[in-house]
Design a protein. Structure first.
Length: 194
């Protein structure tokens, strides 16, 4: 993250995202695929790191092998080989950003669900203050209900952050400055949707 100053002199925290160049690798139509979409590729990779089926896919489109492929709806008039850059975005418009959140491993109920811990010597705990306490009922249903909030794996899941404002576009470097934070660690791949 970084920050920029607005025209009024306010300091705006923002995230710098490299948005391109993205190459059109396939145009899907209703006749051939049953729906309309455009497949975009991002970040070129070497042929030795590409499987033969992928190489056939990229050669058919006439483009270099791409590391990441994503489909979008709503694009018209594009053909394989066309390049989309950060100029697609404009300042002061709002976008949705999709990414994979940071993984936090196995976490207990205090960190994962903001439980307070037991605190006293009642409710099923006597010496473990950050544990959940009593979980199930008595003789009926003699089990723990599904969906009970317990410790477990936290993070590393697909997250969408909606209505983030585009502060500035730097087309010569394919950079988009987005107000606020986006999901994922530094250097991770995100999808920007209008």
């Amino acid at each position: 993250m970084t920050s920029v100053f607005s025209a009024e002199g306010k300091n705006i925290p923002c995230t710098v995202v490299e948005a391109g160049p993205c190459v059109v690798t396939q145009v899907k139509t209703v006749q051939t695929d049953g729906y309309e979409a455009v497949q975009l590729g991002f970040q070129e990779k070497k042929e030795k790191h590409t499987t033969k089926p992928e190489m056939g896919h990229f050669k058919k489109a006439g483009v270099a092998p791409q590391r990441h492929l994503v489909e979008f709806k709503g694009f018209e008039g594009l053909k394989p080989g066309d390049v989309l850059t950060a100029e697609l975005f404009e300042a002061d418009e709002y976008v949705d950003v999709v990414g994979t959140s940071k993984g936090k491993g196995f976490q207990g109920v205090v960190h994962r669900y903001n439980f307070n811990g037991v605190g006293g010597t009642t409710h099923g705990q006597s010496d473990r203050l950050r544990h959940p306490g009593s979980l199930g009922a008595s003789s009926w249903p003699s089990r723990v209900f599904k969906g009970m909030r317990m410790g477990g794996h936290m993070g590393n899941e697909r997250v969408t952050v909606q209505n983030l404002q585009v502060i500035k576009v730097i087309p010569e470097h394919n950079l988009v400055l987005i107000k606020g934070s986006v999901p994922g660690a530094k250097g991770s791949i995100v999808i920007i949707e209008k």
